[in-house]
Design a protein around this ligand. Structure first.
Ligand SMILES: Nc1ncnc2c1ncn2[C@@H]1O[C@H](COP(=O)(O)OP(=O)(O)O)[C@@H](O)[C@H]1O
Ligand SMILES: [Mg+2]
Length: 287
């Protein structure tokens, strides 16, 4: 493989410079981290599964008109995406009480929320991604009111769509995290799009017909074991890996994984970008 420039190495992915200007390559690692990287492990095959699951979900979302950064898959661990300016906010949508929401408010895990709940966190590892309100976002210039309106509308739409998609394969979408990015057009117009990844690393998925068995990163957080088997089950139900899977006896069947059909998103090139028609704002206040 030719030497490529690493733009950023995160907890779950390495970002390389892309094949052409304005693009990046997302490489999905097998590293698993939780509790702001205080807990770490390497789980063979996780990266391959997340790359496939995320490529597939982004493609499905693009089909219903949600602009995403996904362009196409490159190989079993890598995908080509558009380079965007990441908005430093994690958007969390919850349908069922779990995780930090239960801890914070003393709720019983599994309580169905009367309506989807949207939360925002400031994306800052050093501060432990603190929860914030919309006013913090506006005050510190991380996003403006127009962008927030668009982000919230898109997030609820993504939630509705993914709820249906997962319930069709016997999984309950408990909650998930999204990241959005900006792309500046030639005339200073702004396009917002979904970035990063959507995978069992950042979604809670429960197996409805199997006693709400956890099929996501909580298996790692809570030492339940069987993480990669659960991710593989999600991929299998989505039709992304053959029956029996690509991870066998704790290691990946490289040949089988390399032979999987590539996920292509033809829509990415000609999609309807959402222009918010404005000029580039001042640099946000740094903390
Ligand atoms: N299209 C994109 N353009 C630029 N940066 C991106 C894009 N998609 C995701 N990113 C950023 O790349 C990083 C992905 O690596 P990851 O391992 O998830 O990092 P982290 O440890 O911050 O979660 C994240 O910081 C994410 O915000
Ligand atoms: Mg991440």
């Amino acid at each position: 493989m030719a030497k490529r420039k690493v733009i950023h190495e995160g907890k779950a992915k390495i970002i390389y410079e892309g094949l052409e200007p304005g693009t990046l390559i997302q490489y999905f690692k097998d590293d698993a981290t939780a509790f702001n990287a205080q807990k770490k492990d390497v789980i063979a095959g996780k990266g391959v599964l997340n790359n496939r699951i995320s490529s597939h979900l982004m493609t499905r979302l693009e089909e219903i008109g949600i602009p995403t950064h996904f362009i196409r898959s490159l190989n079993m661990r890598e995908q080509l995406v558009r380079e965007v300016e990441i908005i430093p906010i994690e958007v969390v949508i919850r349908n069922v009480a779990a995780g930090s929401l239960c801890k914070r408010l003393g709720l019983k895990e599994g309580m169905i929320l009367p309506q989807p709940l949207i939360e925002f966190y400031y994306k800052n590892d050093a501060l432990g991604d603190p929860m914030i309100g919309e006013h913090h976002i506006i005050t510190f210039g991380w996003a403006d009111p127009l962008e927030m309106e668009e982000i919230i509308t898109m997030s609820y739409r993504i939630n509705d769509f993914l709820n249906g998609l997962f319930s069709g394969i016997g999984l309950k979408l408990v909650d998930f995290k999204l990241e959005f990015g900006r792309l500046w057009g030639e005339y200073g117009e702004l396009y917002l799009m979904l970035a990063d990844e959507i995978s069992p690393d950042n979604c809670r998925l429960w197996d409805v017909n199997n006693n709400n068995e956890k099929m996501d990163k909580d298996r790692f957080r809570q030492d339940l074991g069987g993480l990669v088997e659960a991710y593989q089950q999600v991929a299998e139900r989505l039709g992304l890996v053959p029956k029996g899977g690509i991870i066998q006896g704790g290691s990946i069947n490289e040949q089988l994984a390399a032979g999987l059909e590539e996920i292509e998103n033809e829509l990415a090139r000609e999609r309807r970008l959402r222009s918010l028609n404005k000029v580039k704002p001042q640099k946000p206040v740094k903390s």
